[in-house]
Design a protein around this ligand. Structure first.
Ligand code: SAH
Length: 263
Protein backbone atom coordinates (compact mmCIF):
# COMPACT_ATOMS: atom_id res chain seq x y z
CA UNK A 1 0.00 0.00 0.00
CA UNK A 2 1.41 3.40 -0.89
CA UNK A 3 1.57 6.16 1.68
CA UNK A 4 1.13 9.09 -0.65
CA UNK A 5 -0.13 10.16 -4.01
CA UNK A 6 1.50 11.33 -7.20
CA UNK A 7 0.69 14.75 -8.64
CA UNK A 8 1.38 15.38 -12.31
CA UNK A 9 2.09 19.08 -12.22
CA UNK A 10 2.42 21.38 -15.22
CA UNK A 11 5.47 23.53 -14.57
CA UNK A 12 4.53 26.00 -17.28
CA UNK A 13 6.69 27.02 -20.24
CA UNK A 14 9.91 27.95 -18.43
CA UNK A 15 9.50 31.09 -16.35
CA UNK A 16 9.27 29.76 -12.77
CA UNK A 17 6.60 32.39 -12.08
CA UNK A 18 4.29 30.78 -14.63
CA UNK A 19 3.59 27.68 -12.54
CA UNK A 20 0.11 27.67 -10.96
CA UNK A 21 -0.38 28.57 -7.30
CA UNK A 22 -1.45 24.98 -6.66
CA UNK A 23 1.57 23.54 -8.46
CA UNK A 24 3.87 25.73 -6.43
CA UNK A 25 2.17 24.72 -3.16
CA UNK A 26 2.57 21.03 -4.02
CA UNK A 27 6.27 21.52 -4.80
CA UNK A 28 6.62 23.18 -1.40
CA UNK A 29 5.06 20.11 0.26
CA UNK A 30 6.78 17.49 -1.91
CA UNK A 31 8.90 14.73 -0.40
CA UNK A 32 10.09 13.71 -3.87
CA UNK A 33 10.03 15.33 -7.29
CA UNK A 34 10.75 13.71 -10.63
CA UNK A 35 11.26 16.50 -13.12
CA UNK A 36 11.54 16.57 -16.89
CA UNK A 37 14.98 17.93 -17.76
CA UNK A 38 16.44 21.38 -17.73
CA UNK A 39 13.16 23.04 -18.67
CA UNK A 40 11.86 22.83 -15.13
CA UNK A 41 14.80 22.45 -12.75
CA UNK A 42 14.75 26.15 -11.86
CA UNK A 43 11.22 25.75 -10.46
CA UNK A 44 12.42 22.85 -8.28
CA UNK A 45 15.34 24.71 -6.83
CA UNK A 46 13.10 27.66 -6.10
CA UNK A 47 10.08 25.98 -4.57
CA UNK A 48 11.03 22.51 -3.23
CA UNK A 49 12.05 22.01 0.41
CA UNK A 50 15.80 21.40 0.86
CA UNK A 51 15.14 17.84 2.06
CA UNK A 52 13.16 16.92 -1.07
CA UNK A 53 14.45 14.02 -3.20
CA UNK A 54 15.04 15.36 -6.72
CA UNK A 55 15.60 13.31 -9.85
CA UNK A 56 15.85 14.33 -13.51
CA UNK A 57 13.92 11.90 -15.70
CA UNK A 58 15.75 12.62 -18.95
CA UNK A 59 17.64 9.29 -19.03
CA UNK A 60 14.79 7.12 -17.69
CA UNK A 61 12.43 4.67 -19.45
CA UNK A 62 8.70 4.56 -18.72
CA UNK A 63 9.19 1.49 -16.53
CA UNK A 64 11.90 3.23 -14.53
CA UNK A 65 9.72 6.32 -14.14
CA UNK A 66 6.79 4.28 -12.84
CA UNK A 67 9.04 2.35 -10.47
CA UNK A 68 10.60 5.58 -9.16
CA UNK A 69 7.21 7.23 -8.60
CA UNK A 70 5.83 4.12 -6.87
CA UNK A 71 8.85 3.85 -4.58
CA UNK A 72 8.67 7.56 -3.76
CA UNK A 73 4.93 7.27 -2.96
CA UNK A 74 5.72 4.51 -0.47
CA UNK A 75 7.92 6.94 1.47
CA UNK A 76 6.26 10.35 1.01
CA UNK A 77 2.76 11.81 1.21
CA UNK A 78 3.30 14.16 -1.72
CA UNK A 79 5.22 13.08 -4.82
CA UNK A 80 5.36 15.40 -7.83
CA UNK A 81 5.99 14.50 -11.44
CA UNK A 82 6.86 17.92 -12.83
CA UNK A 83 6.35 18.36 -16.56
CA UNK A 84 6.85 21.21 -19.00
CA UNK A 85 3.87 23.29 -20.04
CA UNK A 86 0.70 21.30 -19.52
CA UNK A 87 1.02 17.58 -18.70
CA UNK A 88 -1.76 16.66 -21.12
CA UNK A 89 0.10 17.85 -24.22
CA UNK A 90 2.83 15.57 -25.59
CA UNK A 91 3.64 14.50 -22.05
CA UNK A 92 3.11 10.69 -22.03
CA UNK A 93 0.54 11.20 -19.27
CA UNK A 94 -1.67 8.22 -20.14
CA UNK A 95 1.26 5.80 -20.14
CA UNK A 96 2.45 6.94 -16.73
CA UNK A 97 -0.95 6.98 -15.05
CA UNK A 98 -1.73 3.47 -16.30
CA UNK A 99 1.32 2.21 -14.46
CA UNK A 100 0.23 3.94 -11.27
CA UNK A 101 -3.32 2.60 -11.60
CA UNK A 102 -1.91 -0.89 -11.97
CA UNK A 103 0.12 -0.37 -8.78
CA UNK A 104 -2.92 1.03 -6.91
CA UNK A 105 -1.34 4.45 -6.39
CA UNK A 106 -3.56 7.55 -6.32
CA UNK A 107 -2.74 10.33 -8.73
CA UNK A 108 -4.11 13.63 -9.99
CA UNK A 109 -3.17 16.24 -12.58
CA UNK A 110 -2.55 19.97 -12.07
CA UNK A 111 -2.70 21.79 -15.42
CA UNK A 112 0.00 24.15 -16.59
CA UNK A 113 0.47 27.05 -19.01
CA UNK A 114 1.33 25.47 -22.32
CA UNK A 115 4.23 26.79 -24.38
CA UNK A 116 1.73 27.43 -27.19
CA UNK A 117 0.02 30.03 -25.03
CA UNK A 118 3.27 31.42 -23.68
CA UNK A 119 4.59 31.83 -27.22
CA UNK A 120 1.53 33.78 -28.35
CA UNK A 121 1.80 35.91 -25.21
CA UNK A 122 5.50 36.58 -25.77
CA UNK A 123 4.76 37.98 -29.21
CA UNK A 124 1.63 39.85 -28.10
CA UNK A 125 -0.47 37.85 -30.54
CA UNK A 126 -4.06 36.64 -30.32
CA UNK A 127 -4.76 33.09 -31.46
CA UNK A 128 -8.41 33.78 -32.27
CA UNK A 129 -9.84 36.77 -34.08
CA UNK A 130 -13.48 37.50 -35.00
CA UNK A 131 -14.29 36.70 -38.63
CA UNK A 132 -10.72 35.53 -39.26
CA UNK A 133 -10.28 32.39 -37.19
CA UNK A 134 -12.12 31.03 -34.17
CA UNK A 135 -10.22 27.78 -33.96
CA UNK A 136 -6.79 26.77 -32.65
CA UNK A 137 -5.18 23.48 -33.58
CA UNK A 138 -2.36 22.07 -31.44
CA UNK A 139 -0.36 19.68 -33.57
CA UNK A 140 3.07 18.55 -34.72
CA UNK A 141 4.73 17.24 -37.84
CA UNK A 142 5.32 13.49 -37.94
CA UNK A 143 8.86 12.85 -36.78
CA UNK A 144 9.55 9.41 -35.39
CA UNK A 145 5.96 9.52 -34.05
CA UNK A 146 3.63 9.00 -37.03
CA UNK A 147 0.49 11.14 -37.41
CA UNK A 148 -2.87 9.34 -37.17
CA UNK A 149 -5.01 9.22 -40.36
CA UNK A 150 -6.60 12.57 -41.23
CA UNK A 151 -4.12 14.54 -39.11
CA UNK A 152 -1.42 15.38 -41.62
CA UNK A 153 -0.46 19.04 -41.41
CA UNK A 154 -1.82 19.49 -44.92
CA UNK A 155 -5.26 18.20 -43.81
CA UNK A 156 -5.29 20.38 -40.71
CA UNK A 157 -4.00 23.46 -42.54
CA UNK A 158 -6.92 23.22 -44.97
CA UNK A 159 -9.09 24.70 -42.17
CA UNK A 160 -7.14 27.99 -42.37
CA UNK A 161 -7.30 28.29 -38.61
CA UNK A 162 -4.48 28.97 -36.16
CA UNK A 163 -1.88 26.20 -36.01
CA UNK A 164 0.40 25.83 -32.99
CA UNK A 165 3.02 23.36 -34.10
CA UNK A 166 5.04 21.61 -31.38
CA UNK A 167 8.18 19.47 -31.69
CA UNK A 168 8.81 20.45 -35.30
CA UNK A 169 11.41 23.21 -35.44
CA UNK A 170 13.88 20.95 -37.30
CA UNK A 171 11.16 20.18 -39.87
CA UNK A 172 10.31 23.73 -40.95
CA UNK A 173 10.72 22.79 -44.62
CA UNK A 174 7.93 20.21 -44.16
CA UNK A 175 5.73 22.77 -42.43
CA UNK A 176 6.23 25.11 -45.39
CA UNK A 177 5.55 22.39 -48.01
CA UNK A 178 2.42 21.09 -46.27
CA UNK A 179 0.93 24.56 -45.78
CA UNK A 180 1.65 25.50 -49.39
CA UNK A 181 -0.05 22.31 -50.56
CA UNK A 182 -3.05 23.22 -48.39
CA UNK A 183 -3.30 26.52 -50.27
CA UNK A 184 -1.51 28.94 -47.91
CA UNK A 185 0.54 31.56 -49.73
CA UNK A 186 4.29 32.00 -49.52
CA UNK A 187 3.84 35.35 -47.80
CA UNK A 188 1.60 33.92 -45.03
CA UNK A 189 2.97 35.13 -41.69
CA UNK A 190 4.68 32.63 -39.38
CA UNK A 191 5.93 33.14 -35.84
CA UNK A 192 8.61 31.09 -34.09
CA UNK A 193 9.32 31.51 -30.40
CA UNK A 194 12.33 29.83 -28.83
CA UNK A 195 12.25 29.30 -25.06
CA UNK A 196 9.10 31.34 -24.62
CA UNK A 197 9.02 32.99 -21.18
CA UNK A 198 12.52 31.87 -20.16
CA UNK A 199 14.03 34.88 -18.45
CA UNK A 200 16.75 36.34 -20.67
CA UNK A 201 16.68 33.49 -23.20
CA UNK A 202 13.50 33.95 -25.20
CA UNK A 203 13.93 34.62 -28.94
CA UNK A 204 11.06 35.75 -31.16
CA UNK A 205 11.40 35.32 -34.92
CA UNK A 206 8.78 36.59 -37.34
CA UNK A 207 8.72 35.73 -41.00
CA UNK A 208 6.68 34.21 -43.78
CA UNK A 209 6.34 30.68 -45.07
CA UNK A 210 8.98 31.62 -47.65
CA UNK A 211 11.69 32.82 -45.27
CA UNK A 212 10.98 31.56 -41.74
CA UNK A 213 13.43 28.66 -42.08
CA UNK A 214 16.31 30.94 -43.06
CA UNK A 215 15.42 33.41 -40.34
CA UNK A 216 15.47 30.64 -37.72
CA UNK A 217 18.81 29.41 -39.02
CA UNK A 218 20.18 32.95 -38.79
CA UNK A 219 18.92 33.12 -35.19
CA UNK A 220 20.46 29.65 -34.52
CA UNK A 221 17.19 28.16 -33.33
CA UNK A 222 17.19 24.37 -33.55
CA UNK A 223 15.24 23.25 -30.47
CA UNK A 224 12.64 24.21 -27.84
CA UNK A 225 10.64 26.33 -30.22
CA UNK A 226 6.97 26.81 -31.02
CA UNK A 227 5.84 27.47 -34.59
CA UNK A 228 2.62 29.45 -34.94
CA UNK A 229 1.04 29.86 -38.35
CA UNK A 230 -2.16 31.82 -38.28
CA UNK A 231 -4.21 34.22 -40.39
CA UNK A 232 -4.57 36.27 -37.17
CA UNK A 233 -0.84 37.01 -36.79
CA UNK A 234 0.00 40.68 -36.81
CA UNK A 235 -3.65 41.72 -36.52
CA UNK A 236 -2.90 44.59 -34.17
CA UNK A 237 -1.26 46.45 -37.05
CA UNK A 238 -4.10 45.93 -39.53
CA UNK A 239 -6.01 48.95 -40.75
CA UNK A 240 -9.43 47.44 -40.08
CA UNK A 241 -10.44 44.78 -37.62
CA UNK A 242 -13.83 43.14 -37.09
CA UNK A 243 -14.84 43.93 -33.53
CA UNK A 244 -15.31 41.26 -30.92
CA UNK A 245 -19.00 41.09 -29.94
CA UNK A 246 -17.98 41.00 -26.28
CA UNK A 247 -17.03 44.69 -26.20
CA UNK A 248 -19.25 45.91 -29.02
CA UNK A 249 -21.55 48.71 -27.72
CA UNK A 250 -24.35 47.57 -30.06
CA UNK A 251 -24.38 44.03 -28.70
CA UNK A 252 -26.17 42.89 -25.51
CA UNK A 253 -25.09 39.98 -23.37
CA UNK A 254 -25.64 38.64 -19.89
CA UNK A 255 -23.66 41.40 -18.17
CA UNK A 256 -24.36 44.42 -20.35
CA UNK A 257 -27.29 45.91 -22.31
CA UNK A 258 -26.63 47.16 -25.81
CA UNK A 259 -26.20 50.90 -26.11
CA UNK A 260 -28.48 52.65 -28.57
CA UNK A 261 -26.41 53.98 -31.44
CA UNK A 262 -26.43 57.79 -31.32
CA UNK A 263 -28.44 59.32 -34.16
N1 SAH B 1 3.63 19.87 -22.53
C1 SAH B 1 4.39 20.88 -23.21
C2 SAH B 1 4.88 20.42 -24.56
C3 SAH B 1 5.94 19.34 -24.48
S1 SAH B 1 6.52 18.83 -26.05
C4 SAH B 1 3.54 22.17 -23.33
O1 SAH B 1 2.35 22.15 -23.01
O2 SAH B 1 4.09 23.19 -23.73
C5 SAH B 1 7.97 19.81 -26.24
C6 SAH B 1 7.75 20.88 -27.28
O3 SAH B 1 7.04 21.96 -26.70
C7 SAH B 1 9.02 21.52 -27.84
O4 SAH B 1 9.52 20.78 -28.93
C8 SAH B 1 8.53 22.87 -28.28
O5 SAH B 1 7.85 22.78 -29.53
C9 SAH B 1 7.50 23.17 -27.22
N2 SAH B 1 8.03 23.99 -26.10
C10 SAH B 1 8.17 23.61 -24.81
N3 SAH B 1 8.58 24.64 -24.06
C11 SAH B 1 8.71 25.70 -24.91
C12 SAH B 1 9.05 27.07 -24.73
N4 SAH B 1 9.37 27.56 -23.53
N5 SAH B 1 9.05 27.87 -25.82
C13 SAH B 1 8.71 27.41 -27.04
N6 SAH B 1 8.36 26.12 -27.25
C14 SAH B 1 8.36 25.28 -26.22
Amino acid sequence: MSLGSVWFVGAGPGDPELITVKGRRLLGEAGAVLYAGSLVDEACTRYCPPTCELRDSKDMTLEEIDAWLAAAASRHLVVVRLQTGDPGLYGALAEMTRGLDAAGIEWAVVPGVSSALASAAAAGETLTLPEVTQTVIFTRVAGRTPMPPGESLRDLAAHRSTLCIFLSITLLHEVRDELLEAGWSLDAPVLVVHKASWPGQEIIVRGTLADIKRRCQDAKIASQAMIIASPALGARAWESLARSKLYDPTFSHRFRKRQETPT
